[in-house]
Write a protein that binds this ligand. Sequence first.
Ligand code: SIN
Length: 278
Amino acid sequence: MSGLSFQPTEGGVGAFVQDIDLSAGIDAAQAARLREGLGEHGVLFFRDQDITPEAHQDFAGHFGEINVNRFFAHVDGYPQIAAVLKEPRHEKNIGGGWHTDHSYDAAPALGSVLLAREVPAAGGDTEFASMYRAYETLSEGLKRTLDGLRAEHSSRHVFGVSARARYKDDRFHSPEEAVQDAVHPVVIRHPISGRKALYVNPGFTLRFEGWTDEESKPLLDMLYTHAAKPEHTYRYTWDVGSIAFWDNRATWHHALNDYPGERRLMHRVTIEGVPLNG
Ligand code: SIN
């Protein structure tokens, strides 16, 4: 028996995990239950978790290999933990637009375990959107069209040399490593749940394979507006010790940048994934 339980949010995605203390570590039964819950709900939220960086890494390690982020600065002494930081002097935040991480990789990361270490007095919430719901609420005709399509994704315009010139700050490195381009089905079969999910995102998707940018844009824009409808989303408010464990194959996320002049520090451990099938 794993003991833990899931309380779905009142929004369109995610569930709170109850009756679990991550500081003590988890066992195989709990990990199996959480993996299943992640596949079903897309993002799992945990409150009041007082955990060390080691416990954070160990928890993520139950779900796959750790992905060492090649673009973000890491936490001192912990190369497997990326620092998602906004200092008072920074204008931009990290992740400040709807996206799903690593869609530019041939085997996109399964997801991330994001832990709040320092939060602003107000603001700094993260929104999540369900890509199951985004797909399931389309018309049967559009579903049939999308089921046959693939799309191109890239990291170059976000983390590459040209983007680095725009950012000019010390939170990012290795722009020369932003050379990934990948092609994935537009509708994927989720590796855990087996459900269909929409798999394009405003952050990294460039165009439909075999289509021009001009041809792709109207349909992508329509899908983005549809996917981000309030009824598909949930807005998570962080406290120190809050965690969100999201699945990149079932959700998008978007960090709100509404706390000028304040500091927000999150620790992120990312888990490797598998190639995606339609
Ligand atoms: C991210 O996109 O990984 C950052 C999310 C957040 O800081 O809320």
